[in-house]
Design a protein around this ligand. Structure first.
Ligand SMILES: Nc1ncnc2c1ncn2[C@@H]1O[C@H](COP(=O)(O)OP(=O)(O)O)[C@@H](O)[C@H]1O
Ligand SMILES: [Mg+2]
Length: 486
């Protein structure tokens, strides 16, 4: 007997999202006709909701309007803004959802009256910039650089509504961020949004149960992260370890890593805290690029090891499909297999990894100061206008929902800004440092080798001898032929 599966019917309540209770700051956003506005404030105040709502209202009301919803990368838009838009704003059976495919590949929402909201990322600027718009909504504007912002401004001339607007939302960043400066200079209007503006958190003059538990989470943050996400302040982190770090320089767009680049893993173990595995590759000039990352709590090393192999398989398939259809997958797979995993020192966890990965598992050099200095040195311009370390955007495998909920960093680049020295300035504060530690292990392995650093004394004696396959900088370091049949 075959049973027809019926689509669950949406209840009347679900069909009409809302009603939204629109409070002070949100109301100003909806009414504002300024050319540049940014809605700024702590996490969870309803910034994204009101921006999405504005686009939707304008599109519903005026035929033929063209809007753009954009973020630094198209992929990051899927995770956040589109979820809010589809789950909180668009009615369940809205016509624009009928076609356009999955959220991840969707190009636009088309309204029956001819209005549309195009989706894009500044990692593919030609797509975004080839059209004109009435309203552009930039999510997490601090990720952009000022040139991106100014380029977007030139796209505002579709002229279907009486004003044209670049509307943005953001959590605060440093007080010298270009966006804050633009606000201070009077070029862009800032509308400050507060937790009290969100009816889920605050009602009839008191915090709701959801509000209390949300604020408790934000209260448990520390340092600049807390000042920004809990109190919405544009503050500089005091004593940042990686002062030379800049999103604009070191975070780069994704590209397919050539087959002949060497690859490595660096790993910081964790269960309650995040387990981090960074996938690195090295170009022919010795520059290092993190191109993939696992950053997740509460999973076993065994499961992470399996996932690492899966990710390598997936990449092999992608490379085979795109570039080398004639090469057998097995061949590609063996070529992109990392040469070694540079790891934290837990012996049992390392044994687990070795069992699955079949590559040399090398205990990391853990000297903190020299390691940090080596990373700092790589972040500096190497004399040719480029640093020697890069993180590719959107490297994260799966965003850990628990970390998202706690507003903790969810990948290495989210840690770097608030990785700070402790008061005595001898070591960094030991918190939210899982990705930065893995990054330091990686760089130490390369740059401290042969510079007289002993293997760490905390490692068991058997491990204190140098790894079996000493790592050399010349790029021809011994690849075990059983793994790399070349
Ligand atoms: N005016 C509102 N009415 C109903 N729910 C709201 C309102 N503002 C925010 N919310 C809800 O609060 C949550 C956080 O809102 P969001 O826009 O994602 O915050 P932010 O972008 O400031 O971090 C979302 O679940 C959203 O639906
Ligand atoms: Mg938001």
């Amino acid at each position: 007997v075959t049973r027809k599966r019926r689509k669950p019917q949406a209840s009347q309540e679900e069909k009409s999202r809302g009603p939204y209770e629109i409070r002070q700051s949100a109301l100003s956003v909806l009414h504002s006709q300024d050319t540049e506005i940014v809605v700024a404030g702590p996490a969870g105040t309803g910034k994204s909701l009101v921006c999405c709502l504005k686009l939707h209202c304008v599109c519903e009301r005026v035929p033929g309007v063209r809007c753009l919803m954009v973020r630094k990368t198209r992929e990051s838009l899927t995770e956040a803004a589109l979820v809010t838009f589809e789950n909180k704003i668009l009615p369940v059976d809205h016509a624009s959802l009928a076609n356009g495919g999955q959220r991840r590949v969707r190009q636009a929402y088309h309204y029956p009256n001819g209005s549309q909201i195009t989706l894009g990322g500044l990692d593919k600027p030609q797509k975004v910039m080839s059209t004109e718009y009435d309203i552009i909504y930039v999510q997490e504007a601090i990720e952009l650089n000022e040139a991106d912002w100014e380029a977007l401004l030139t796209r505002l001339r579709h002229g279907k509504i009486p004003y044209q607007q670049l509307l943005a939302d953001t959590n605060p960043d440093s007080p010298i961020h270009w966006l804050k400066r633009r606000v201070d200079a009077g070029k862009c209007r800032m509308i400050e949004s507060r937790h009290e503006d969100n009816p889920l958190l605050y009602k009839l003059g008191e915090w709701t149960p959801a509000g209390k538990s949300y604020l408790a989470k934000l209260d448990s943050l520390t340092g600049p992260r807390k000042l920004r996400l809990r109190f919405g302040r544009w503050v500089q982190s005091e004593g940042v370890v990686y002062e030379g770090w800049s999103r604009a320089t070191h975070l780069i767009n994704r590209f397919h890593v050539p087959l002949d680049w060497e690859r490595f893993l660096s790993i910081d173990f964790g269960y309650t805290n995040a387990f981090v595995c960074q996938f690195w590759c090295k170009d022919h000039d010795g520059r290092l690029y993190r191109y993939r990352e696992i950053y997740h709590t509460k999973k076993l090393v065994e499961d992470h090891a399996k996932r690492i192999l899966e990710l390598i398989d997936l990449e092999a398939k992608a490379l085979s499909y795109r570039q080398n259809p004639k090469l057998p997958i097995e061949n590609i797979r063996s070529r992109i297999m990392p040469q070694m995993a540079i790891c934290d020192h837990d012996a049992e966890d390392r044994a687990t990894l070795a069992k699955y990965l079949h590559i040399p598992i090398v205990p990391a050099r853990k000297e903190i100061r020299p390691g940090i200095e080596a990373v700092q040195a790589r972040m500096r311009d190497a004399g040719d206008g480029k640093p020697r370390i890069f993180l590719m955007h959107d490297s994260l495998d799966q965003r850990d929902a628990w970390l998202v909920e706690c507003k903790k960093p969810c990948c290495t680049e989210e840690e770097i800004d608030s990785y700070i020295w402790n008061e005595e300035k001898d070591v960094p504060v030991d918190e939210d440092n899982h990705g930065v530690d893995a990054m330091r292990y990686m760089i130490s392995q390369f740059d401290l080798f042969g510079k007289g650093f002993e293997a760490p004394s905390s490692a068991p004696a058997a491990e204190r001898k140098p790894p079996e396959q000493p790592f050399r900088l010349d790029g021809n370091s011994a690849r075990p032929s059983r793994l790399f049949g070349r």
